[in-house]
Design a protein around this ligand. Sequence first.
Ligand code: ADP
Ligand code: MG
Length: 338
Amino acid sequence: MSEKTKIIKLPEEVVSKIAAGEVVANPASVVKELVENSIDAGASNIEVQIKDGGKSYIKVVDNGSGMSKEDLLLAVQRYTTSKISSLEDIYNITSYGFRGEALASIGEVSRLVITTSDGIESHKLEMVGGKLVKVAETFREKGTTVEVHDLFFNIPARRKFLSSEKIERRMVTEVIERFLLTKPEIRFLFKVDEEIVYNAPASSLPDRFKLIFPEVKSFEVIDNYVNSSVSISGIISSPQFFRKNRSGQLFFVNGRFVLDNLLHLSLERGYGESLVESTHPYAVIFINIPPNEVDVNIHPQKLQVKFSEPRVVYDAIARCVRDTLRKFEGFQLFVEKI
Ligand code: ADP
Ligand code: MG
């Protein structure tokens, strides 16, 4: 380095660890990426297990398409994907993934084991801290198993900043619950250590809602409410069932979970007078909107959403909630037994 320069080019080793940190924040983000991959692979059965809040072990097993040996070797490299081939494809994307970064990033910061079969051949790959250590033939049924051991074992500073077992487990559970709600047609098994937390056969949204929010005895289904280009479906609780915070309200835009305060406020605006002060009803709302009218910033860690015409969306939610609430009043309160 000459005396005049302060700037250095970071070694590849450092660059790849920084990049990995963008995708992999904690066990919950690993589980999210792996389950998304299983769904993208067309799985109808997905099993997830975590140990120590996911800090020491995460396993995701699916019965999806699986991979050939060649694809398996490509899958763990950065920016390798089977889901898009050009920039335009991003605007019409129907899969969760497309960046081709998740497996490479996870492999960079853990001991990663992938066992996969495309129904013709089966292989097992092992990677440690970004280095491929083994690929061998094995046997399994069609599908893929991904195991992630000792997340951030090679970045102690990151590992130290992981939360307690309890908090990491809660965050993973929330990720699983979002998938349970968005994909009721998929069977999910979720185990924490050796204990089964969810064993959910393929079913319907109302069944999944009852599974996750068993305390809600009265709710209504919103069945494809359309207003201009926005269509809304989901479930809202009767105003008598509420939490003291908004943790029982989940919003999805084009199938992706999003965080947006104005969505919560529009929902509660729809409830209007029926809500007692500082009570927050339950809701699972799916907003479908043409991809060109929304920017779900699909950065893996950002869940914000930007609508090109926000008022249209927020008003549609309020109105559709107001209309749906009439069902509670018009008919006898619809009480679900579980
Ligand atoms: P992306 O999902 O953005 O394509 P990933 O790094 O998550 O990137 O995965 C890379 C590729 O590996 C995917 O495009 C897919 O072809 C393959 N892959 C990953 N997970 C699975 C799986 N569970 N089943 C089948 N193929 C998978
Ligand atoms: Mg992916």
